[in-house]
Design a protein around this ligand. Structure first.
Ligand code: TXA
Ligand code: MG
Length: 310
């Protein structure tokens, strides 16, 4: 997707006036607003119908921009060097004099931060005097958006503008790691945790379990297409959509494919848009084939598992 400076200017104008807009990232689209503005941040919660106690991720261009607001530690420096910009979110301590809206953190002293890789987002951040709070651009508990049309479907005329950056390259949200104290993963996502382990060279706690919830985003029902979804299914009923990891020789009208060749990265990229398509076709339920639990397959299965709690 080409950079279009007049669209970026338009986005900046809305953001400078405290409006929330849709913006592309390499993971999923975000519903963005000025993270220093109480008005913009409060509006993000309202538009998403998001509980006030579920804090937001704030997006920065680089570590220099971050230093104003957060305390930097060694683990962060190592991971930042290797993986940012990219699909990893860090939880860090806020500085006492940080300007981040207290609504973004629910008055907490920690902040989730990320450095997006999408060139349109980076270009926009370069022009702003503030970082962007941006949760996924969807109504709370529903499917995240992976293209501009999804964001319009979620919010319609309630938001002024969506910056179109094409379809998201990764298609699943970032991996979240808490770097206060012992590193602990709070959400599986676009970056495989084995890669994080290799850099930190120490044990990492995995804390993604909904009944030991640390972050509200770990709640059981999430990423839901809004209809029942069954996982690890060998044979679907005729009246439900069947979501498969690769093309079957004998195709059927109710078959939908995540990948042409059983490729997990391609499947991740297509997951939310396939689920959205199925829902919009009017199906009342979805059956999903078993998906390999390797690499990004773990994050795919995490999302499907939560969606199946509908
Ligand atoms: O890929 C992504 O991370 C996308 C793009 C737009 O950057 N953003 C995203 O944001 O997925 P959201 O709000 O949908 O998910 C953020 C998650 C939530 O589960 C929230 O509970 C958790 O991060 N979170 C935010 N701040 C936190 C904190 N201080 N401590 C623990 N969890 C936190
Ligand atoms: Mg979300």
């Amino acid at each position: 997707m080409k950079l279009n400076q007049s669209n970026i200017k338009k986005a900046k104008n809305y953001l400078d006036k405290d409006y929330c807009i849709g913006i592309p990232t390499e993971t999923v689209y975000g519903l963005a607003g000025n993270a220093y503005s109480n008005i913009a941040v409060k509006n993000i919660f309202k538009l998403k119908n998001r509980p006030r106690n579920n804090p937001l991720i704030v997006h920065y261009l680089d570590i220099n921009m971050l230093k104003r607001d957060c305390v930097i530690n060694d683990s962060f420096k190592k991971l930042y060097k290797k993986f940012s910009p990219g699909p990893i979110t860090y939880i860090l301590k806020l500085k006492n004099n940080s300007r981040i809206s207290k609504y973004a953190t629910n008055n907490n002293d920690c902040l989730a931060i990320r450095f997006p890789k999408h060139k349109i987002f980076k270009n926009l951040l370069k022009k702003l005097k503030y970082p962007l709070a941006a949760p996924s651009a969807n109504i709370s508990t529903k499917l995240s958006s992976v293209q501009a049309s999804d964001v319009k479907e979620e919010f319609g005329s309630k938001i002024k503008y969506v910056l179109d950056g094409g379809k998201c390259a990764i298609g699943l949200e970032s991996t979240i790691i808490n770097l206060n104290g012992k590193p602990s993963v709070l959400r599986l996502g676009g970056l495989d945790i084995s890669k994080i382990k290799a850099i930190l060279k120490k044990k990492i706690n995995i804390n993604i379990n909904p009944h030991k919830k640390v972050s509200p985003g770990q709640s059981k029902l999430h990423y839901s297409p809004g209809i029942p979804l069954r996982i690890n299914i060998k044979k679907a009923r005729k009246d439900e959509a069947f979501l498969l990891i690769k093309k079957k020789k004998i195709a059927s009208n109710n078959h939908y494919y995540l990948s042409k060749k059983n490729n997990l990265d391609e499947a991740a990229k297509n997951l939310y848009s396939c689920l959205r398509k199925i829902k919009n076709k009017g199906y009342r339920s979805i059956a999903v084939e078993k998906i390999s639990n390797k690499g990004i397959g773990k994050a795919i299965n995490d999302r499907l598992h939560r969606a199946s709690k509908y």
